[in-house]
Design a protein around this ligand. Structure first.
Ligand code: UD1
Length: 419
């Protein structure tokens, strides 16, 4: 079957309102965490993304019931009957590794295939595994399969992460919730999605504190109960649509967002010369002036500028006046948008952690390939401002993180279609 592609006729200003859907990076760990409840959970604001569908398939394969109605997913985790995730399901989505802590926490055993590398580089899980071992897990690795088990109850541990890994913080939290001791995670990730996961687990009866700071404490409890929870808005999707407004000299009101999670991103758009007004649950952006270059943008763990927004900002900077530099500190292989943007006339030199972008007056439409989720979104953003037609192939990457990106952009004036 030939995959569809996106066709974008550039040159139209993006203007109007977009409602931003729930956060992919929050809903995936929350869906995994429902396993720990051993009960029925109702999760609202679940976006229709391929990664969310994969998570539901994993939950069903483990014996749980999972029903979706609109953006609400109901999971009955009482009937869990298996501790193993098949290799096929593991391969569908790299973030399936977050099921490790949840299955292990609930059933005291978990078997799954090693997630391996991905588009962004090697993506090791050594920090996840070291943390779980510190919690008392025995872990065997054989022919790419991980077999993890707890001999008895989790007694808690004091764990210092060598770097604030989001996934490792989540996996350790999930594995430590059911137990009888206290677990402290130091140098934990501070991302808002960690706060959301802790919020969900606490709503189910967990005792987690310190989330959002660099020390998270989990007091083990003997059991959890089901709950109803609304997932936080997607701050990366919000930033992507801000990019669409900025690069086309347009204006947008983004509804259903949490600007307090987005200060570093807002600051980058302001440095480019866009006017950004954050309200309690909305952000307004307008880019009436020609955008200017930014001396240096550095990706950092939260509350620094997010690596996931980096390709989007790179796309916008291709048309900003002057020379910008991006330093990518989180992932090795996150400048893959650069080569495709060059096909559209962008002037970008990327080597190692550093990319230098010389703003050009015009981009021209080209045939491009999405190499990963955010690189794909960056090409769409650039296509909106390019002269002529841009096509983007490999759009299954984009569907992993954006609920019908073309429908959202068409509603604010873009000429974009999927065919
Ligand atoms: C999560 C997000 C991803 C985001 C990233 C950084 C999800 C589903 N994905 O990914 O969108 O870009 O956070 O904000 O939430 N590392 C190790 N060993 C480990 C774990 C990580 O060396 O055991 C390294 C990674 O290679 C990377 C860095 O730590 O260089 C950060 O990774 P991490 O925070 O774990 O990202 P993810 O949880 O995979």
């Amino acid at each position: 079957m030939t995959e569809s592609r996106l066709y974008i006729e550039g040159g139209r200003k993006i203007q109007g309102e977009i409602s931003v859907h729930g956060a992919k990076n929050s809903v995936l760990p929350v869906l995994a965490a429902t396993l720990l409840s051993g009960s029925v959970c109702v999760i609202h604001n679940c976006p229709a993304l391929s990664d969310v569908f994969s998570s539901c398939r994993i939950l069903r394969s483990l014996g749980c019931k999972c029903r979706r109605e609109g953006s609400t997913v109901e999971i009955d985790a009482k009937t869990i009957s298996d501790y193993e995730i098949s290799e096929n399901l593991m391969r569908e989505m790299r973030s399936s590794i977050v099921f490790l802590g949840a299955i292990l926490g609930r059933l005291r055993r978990c078997r799954l295939s090693f997630p391996g590398g991905c588009e962004l580089g090697p993506r090791p899980i050594d920090i996840h595994l070291a943390g779980l071992r510190k919690l008392g897990a025995k872990i065997y690795e054989d022919h790419g399969v991980l077999d993890c088990s707890f001999g008895g109850t989790v007694l808690g541990a004091d764990i210092t992460l060598p770097l604030p890994s989001v996934g490792a913080t989540e996996n350790i939290m999930l594995a430590a919730v059911l137990g009888s001791g206290e677990t402290v995670i130091r140098n934990s990730a501070r991302e808002p999605e960690i706060v959301d996961l802790a919020g969900f687990l606490n709503a189910c009866g967990a005792e987690i504190s310190g989330q959002g700071s660099s020390t998270v404490t989990i007091k083990g409890v003997s059991s959890l109960h089901g709950s109803e929870y609304t997932v936080m808005p997607d701050r990366i999707v919000a930033a992507t649509y801000m990019g669409a407004a900025a690069i086309t000299g347009g204006e947008l009101m983004l509804k259903g967002v949490r600007p307090s999670d987005m200060y570093s991103t807002v600051s980058v758009f302001e440095q480019m010369g866009a006017n950004v007004y954050p309200y309690a649950d909305r952000i307004y952006i307008s880019a009436k002036k020609h955008l200017s270059a930014i001396k240096t943008v550095r990706t950092m763990p939260y509350p620094g500028f997010p690596t996931d927004c980096q390709p989007i900002v790179m796309a916008v900077l291709t048309k900003a006046r002057g020379t910008s530099m991006i330093v990518e500190n989180i992932f090795e292989n996150r400048f893959r948008a650069a080569a495709e943007l060059r096909r559209m006339g962008a002037d970008i030199k990327a080597e190692g952690k550093v990319a230098v972008i010389e703003g050009v007056p015009r981009l021209s439409g080209a045939a491009t390939v999405a190499t990963d989720l955010r690189a794909g979104a960056a090409l769409v953003i650039a296509g909106l401002a390019a002269e002529g037609t841009t096509t983007v192939t490999n759009i299954h990457y984009i569907d992993r993180g954006y609920e019908s990106i073309e429908t959202a952009l068409r509603s604010v004036g873009a000429k974009i279609r999927r065919a």
